[in-house]
Design a protein around this ligand. Structure first.
Ligand code: FES
Ligand code: FES
Length: 165
């Protein structure tokens, strides 16, 4: 039997035949589409390294069956920059030294983009810590991560205000 799933991945429509209905979105991205920026940390929903956006909302791709996402729009770390221009969250992570080994960073950035889009980040560091609590960092770069999210949120808010003016 053959299972087919239609997805838009980083703006590109894809039709993918699955040979196993149990394949996760994470394995589909990494092994079939070679989008290896999304990391496999625990493979059981505990670390957040595999975070991507599905229809704008952040999810753990290791816990999500690809077959359940027919018609969905997926954004991975490879799809957030605008050509040579990094996304403001990527820029903020660099500016605030919010990474060391970098393994958790794609998941942290996707989670931060989702959090900011949800309007949940606020200006309060404690709220950001809570909102990012599903993303673990073995290098403990948390201080920089929270600062980066705060800063990116301010940048994105002022861009929005400029556009509205
Ligand atoms: S790899 Fe998905 S939560 Fe850890
Ligand atoms: S930067 Fe190394 S795990 Fe987070």
């Amino acid at each position: 039997m053959n299972w087919t799933v239609r997805l838009t991945v980083n703006g590109e429509p894809r039709t993918l035949a699955l040979d196993d209905p149990r394949v996760t979105l994470l394995d589909l991205l990494r092994e079939r589409l070679h989008l290896t920026g999304t990391k496999k940390g625990c493979d059981r929903g505990q670390c957040g390294a595999c975070t991507v956006l599905v229809d704008g909302r952040r999810i753990n791709s290791c816990l999500t069956l690809a077959a359940s996402l027919d018609g969905a729009e997926i954004t991975t770390i490879e799809g957030v920059a605008d050509g040579d221009h990094l996304h403001p969250v990527q820029e903020a992570f660099i500016a605030h030294d919010a990474l060391q080994c970098g393994f958790c960073t794609p998941g942290q950035i996707m989670s931060a983009i989702g959090l900011i889009n949800e309007g949940q980040a606020g200006d309060d560091a404690e709220r950001i810590r809570e909102g990012m609590s599903g993303n673990l960092c073995r290098c403990s770069a948390y201080v920089g991560i929270v600062e980066a999210v705060q800063n990116a949120q301010q940048t994105l808010a002022s861009k929005k205000t400029e556009r509205a003016a």
